[in-house]
Design a binder for this molecule. Sequence first.
Ligand SMILES: Cc1cc2nc3c(=O)[nH]c(=O)nc-3n(C[C@H](O)[C@H](O)[C@H](O)COP(=O)(O)O)c2cc1C
Length: 202
Amino acid sequence: MQILHLDCSPLGDHSETRKLSRTIVEKFKRAHPDAGVVYRDLAVNPPSFVSAAWILGAFGLPGSDSAEAKAAIAESDMLVDELLAADVIVIGAPMYNLSIPAVLKAWIDQIVRPMRTFIPPPPAYKPLAVGKRAIFAIAAGGGGYDEGGPRQQFNHEDPYLRSIFAFIGIEDVQFVHFYNTVNERREQGERSAQQSVKDLVV
Ligand SMILES: Cc1cc2nc3c(=O)[nH]c(=O)nc-3n(C[C@H](O)[C@H](O)[C@H](O)COP(=O)(O)O)c2cc1C
């Protein structure tokens, strides 16, 4: 088993999502001692934003053989290769402004690649990153974002991650939530997150 472990919180040892994602990876390692882990810290090494050169290279447009386009695609290829080599992807992702942090979006923009992780529509759309499982360790300062919760409509993190991973073929996704990290319901939020980790079948 190969695990790709990503974090994106800038808070280092104080980050809740880093603690959670680490706990999840450790659980996998206990169950599968031979599992390999590739770790990527998106806060320390943020992926480049999509550029004109990237677009030319990724879509094979005129100019895709320029040095700039090749360099842009080389970075994307490295990130795509890591993803495609993984059976399990564990991502620590704080909620930022109701969605994901920009560095995680930058990573997604690098790995959602025509002919590498999907064959573009229409009419031949086909996802290529199939047979994988993703687990998201989410933390948010507030709460009520769960299904049926009073702020579910404001949760643009889980539905987005679910959709974009499904788009490239990863439909086996699970979420571990630590909500209310910065309010009086923190203890309850932490207990619930720990229970979700316990319940994960690895
Ligand atoms: C820039 C920024 C935006 C945030 N946006 C939200 C938000 O929209 N909703 C929320 O409940 N908490 C929000 N928070 C709080 C974080 O989600 C919360 O502190 C979480 O525990 C951070 O995860 P981390 O400890 O792994 O960094 C935000 C925090 C920051 C720094």
